[in-house]
Design a protein around this ligand. Structure first.
Ligand code: XMP
Length: 326
């Protein structure tokens, strides 16, 4: 690949002025590269693909076709936000595919973490490939590659990437943010007018809640996980922890214990809180959550989410624990 080295002279993009200059430059480059042809983008709703989408909409408008695949393992409200922001506000050419049943069908009864990852990754390619073949006149594939992906492409994170296309489908790549670091992508995203919450979204694994609904995924436990996670995020927003903690989420193991509710025996799953700080995800420390906040989260999750009767707080740093459970 060419031009994959960030020039030493390139200034770190830290403000709107530099971001706007970058945007203008890339808009011109993309228009030159693409001409009047069509570009396809897998829009996950993550920071990188969202910023690429917004940039390409500015450059080529309806020549961009975005495909959002909902694998049924998104967090609460995420697919809805993609539809709202891109489908409605930005009036993007957006194809939304709800493939929940396909993914959950294939995952039924599968408990081995690596096998779950493989199924999700492969099926993502299948769904995206099927959609791509239905479209006519696509010449380019846009990707939200960023500079750390290039630097680390043969490193630890390589197995994390979900997606891509089968080898017989060859498109020329459009990768407008491939020389940017994550913090720069965020500044550019805000300069493009994307919502703050989308641009500062915490990292979310490609296989989504699939790695946090431990063991064989069932719809009821996945639903409980999604609801409990939404409560955690809401409470972290309310008390200001959302701005201080790098990544926070709930994991639910495939284990039930006895509890009591309304004076009756009540078996349920535990919801495990993970809240970590890190700079590179290679090691991580535990964020201190005030007890009052923990009590509130516990009270809300156990009262509002069906199937959960305990809330636990994981105090393990990385190493020795990883950030995700799986
Ligand atoms: P671990 O669990 O290995 O996670 O300590 C380190 C970081 O990587 C994220 N992660 C992923 N990111 N696709 C991604 O883009 C994935 O498949 C994936 N799996 C883990 C994890 O959330 C944490 O931030």
């Amino acid at each position: 690949m060419q031009n994959n080295k960030r020039p030493d002279s390139m200034k770190r993009i830290t403000n709107f002025e530099l971001a706007n200059a970058f945007i203008d430059e890339q808009v011109a480059i993309v228009r030159e590269q693409v001409g009047d042809k069509k570009v396809l983008l897998a829009l996950s709703g993550g920071v990188d693909s969202s910023v690429v989408a917004a940039l390409l909409i500015k450059a080529i408008g309806k020549q961009l076709v975005c495909v959002h695949v909902n694998h049924g393992l998104m967090r609460k409200g995420e697919s809805e936000q993609v539809i709202e922001v891109f489908g409605k506000e930005l009036d993007t050419n957006l194809i939304y595919i709800d493939a929940t049943d396909r993914f959950l069908g294939l995952l039924e009864g599968v408990s081995a973490p690596e096998q779950k990852r493989k199924i999700i990754g492969n099926e993502f390619i299948n769904v995206f490939d099927e959609e791509a073949r239905k479209l006519e006149g696509i010449s380019f594939l846009a990707q939200g590659t960023i500079y750390p992906d290039i630097i680390e492409s043969d490193g630890v994170k390589a197995h994390h990437n979900v997606g891509g296309l089968p080898e017989d489908m060859q498109f020329e790549l459009v990768e407008p943010i491939k020389l940017l670091y994550k913090d720069e992508v965020r500044v550019v995203g805000e300069a493009l007018g994307l919502p703050h919450a989308m641009v500062y979204r915490q990292p979310f694994p490609g296989p989504g809640l699939g790695v946090r609904c431990l063991g064989a995924i069932t719809r009821d436990r996945l639903h409980a996980l999604r609801e409990a996670d939404a409560i955690l995020r809401e409470e972290f927003d309310n008390c200001g922890l959302a701005e201080k903690v790098w990544q926070y989420f709930i994991a639910i193991p495939d284990v039930k214990s006895v509890g009591v509710r309304d004076s009756k025996r009540y078996e349920g799953w535990p919801a495990i809180i993970r809240a970590v700080n890190t700079t590179d995800a290679m090691s991580a420390t535990i964020e201190e959550i005030p007890y009052a906040v923990l009590h509130k989260i516990t009270a809300r999750i156990t009262a509002e989410v069906d199937g959960i009767n305990r809330v636990l707080y994981d105090l393990t740093p990385k190493p020795v624990g990883t950030i995700e459970w799986e």
